[in-house]
Design a protein around this ligand. Sequence first.
Ligand code: DNO
Length: 399
Amino acid sequence: MKQCWRWFGPADTVSLGDLHQVGVEGIVTALHHIPPGEVWGKSSIRERIEILSSQSLGWDVVESLPVSEDIKTKGPNYTAHIDAYLKSLENLASFGIKTVCYNFMPILDWTRTDLRARQSHGGTAMLFRLLDFAVFDLFILKRPGASTDYSQGQQEAAAEHYKSLTSDAKRDLQNNIIAGLPGANDTWTLEQVKVQLDRYKSIDASVLRQNLIDFLSAVTPTAERLGMRLCCHPDDPPFNLLGLPRVMSSTEDYAYILNEIDTHANGATLCTGSLGVASAFDPVSFVTRLGHRIHFAHLRNTKRLAGSDPERPDFFEAAHLEGDTDMVATIKSLMKEEARRRQSGREDWEIPMRPDHGQELLWDLTNNSMPGYPLIGRMRGLAELRGIMAAFGGADQHT
Ligand code: DNO
C-alpha cells in the first residue's frame, strides 16, 4: 500500500519537509479554503501541487472534494453545484490527480463529543459518548422532536448531566459537535444547524440514498471518461445523529451503492475507524466482497465502550493496533487485493492508505496539534501499520 499522510495545506501545524522523516510516500490534501459548491480552479490546484513538489511530494488523493448540502438535499443550487463539481474534476484530472474522496453525511461530518480524553498512558484520545451528544441535542440545540431519539432513562441521565456542566463545558461540547473538526466541509452556528435541519425535514434514508445515486449518476460519466476514481467515505459514526438519515454506514450500504452505479469510477474509501464502530462490521468481508472498488483506505482503530445503546455505542479512538478492528487481518486482505490487481494488470493496483487520526502523545500535547491529526500519534500509527505491511512482505508475496 502507498503510505500517505493527510496534510491540510499551508496552515497545517505539521510541516511538509518533516514528513520525509516520518517515511511518508504521498500526500492526501484538499483546497479547504474553497467552499463546497465552488469550482477548484486550475491555478489553485497548480499552486498546491507546486508546494508539494517543492518538498518532493505528490498529491495522491483529494480528501475531500466536498459535496454541498444543496447537492445532498437537491436544493436550489443543485445544478450549479453539480456543474462546479464536474469542472473541479476536469481541472484535477488535467494535472493527473485521479483519486477523489467525498462523503454524503447530512450536515455534520465526523462527530466526537470529547476531543482530548486523557488516557492512562498520559496522552489523549478522541471520544464519542451518546450521553454527551444527547445533552447537546436535547438541551443546547433543543431540536424539536429530539426526545423521540432517546429513551426515558437516557433523557433523565442527560438532564442530570447537563445540570452538572459548567458554561465552558457546554460551550466546548457545542463546538466539538458543530464548529467543524479538521477537514469537515462546514462549520455551523446553532442557528445555522436549525436552518439546515429544516431542509432535511422531508428527507428520509430512501430519499437521501436516491440523492446519492443521482449525484453519482451525474458525476461518474465524467469521472469515468477522465479515468478518475471517486471513493465515498463512510458515515462517522455509522449511525443516525440529530434525527438525520445516514446511508453509508455498513458493508451492505456500500454493496448497494456500488452495484447501483456499477462503474470503476464509483468506489469506496474503506475507513476501518468509522465502519468499525458497528459491532457487526467485518473489514475482511468488506475487502473480500468489494475490494476491487476500494480506491483509498483510512486505517484507524476504535474501541467500543459500555454505553447506553448497543445500536449507538460510545467509543474512543484507540491506538492503531489496539481497538476492536483486527488490523493485521485487514491489512492482509488489502494486500491480497493488491496482489490480485497486479495479476490482472490493473494500473491502479496500489491502494493509497493513510494512518487515520492518532492519539495525542508526547510533543503533540504541547504543540497545538489539530484534533485527530497530531504528528507523533499518527507517526506511531503509521510505524505500526508499516510493520504489518512489511511482515506480509509486499504485494509480490501474494501472487
Ligand atoms: C475525518 C475524516 C473525514 C473525511 C470526510 C471525507 O477525520 O476522515 O472528515 O475526510 O468525511 O469526505
